[in-house]
Ligand binder design. Sequence first.
Ligand code: URA
Length: 263
Amino acid sequence: MTDAREPLRRYLEARIALGEPPVILPSLRRGQVLAALAGGGREVKGPPELARLAREGTAERIRELDFDELREVALACRRCALHEGRQHVVFGEGAPDARLLCVGEAPGAVEDETGRPFVGRAGQLLDLMLMSVGLRRDEVYICNVLKCRPPGNRNPQPEEIAACSPLLLQQIDLIDPKVIVAFGSFAAQTLLGTRESIGRLRGRTHLYGRFPLVVTYHPAASLRNPGWKRPTWEDLQIARRVMDGDSGLRSGAPGGELSLDLP
Ligand code: URA
């Protein structure tokens, strides 16, 4: 006869194998723990499967996870080599029912240190940009294509994007925003499956699946080239209109004054 505690034992073993403490995470639902303890014959996305998905497994299985499960898989993720050098996984943060979802490229040094997205200098500019269209950071959701920092902030590699993007795509589906803003070419190209430049993609609304998507310059690029702040503001105004219920199919530059200078 099989021991009813076997699934729990396997879960704790899997956590130890992943270098995680052998505890049941509070984020696990009571039902998942009970299911594991009961060892029922029904196929559950129980803890051992989450631990396995953090190491390997198909994108299809990741696309079935709920938000807590997805975060759990992301936080233990070893699906590409970036886990070796990271201090923190930067899953994303903000309102889980946000109407506007910001997608950046990958965590930088400060994000890796803190586990929070866009909190360095580019993040400060992003906050100002959001404010310039009447949005507070806690009203939106902010995440990245990659959840771990590439060494020295190098560009994401195709295999890293391939390993990580199922997490992003499921995050998008679960948040179900009214509009996505892709900051920079990696976010835009990953979601739109194109090699077009930001200059050619920005200024209008695209679709990622059923989601309207606006492409704009990455705030880090605007720090280097302040001339890109105004077009970014214009793109955010397009996104804001879509978020507010306009189809966004009209583009065009709004007027007005703008100050996006960091102190
Ligand atoms: N750049 C990004 O693309 N994401 C962050 O979280 C920080 C900087």
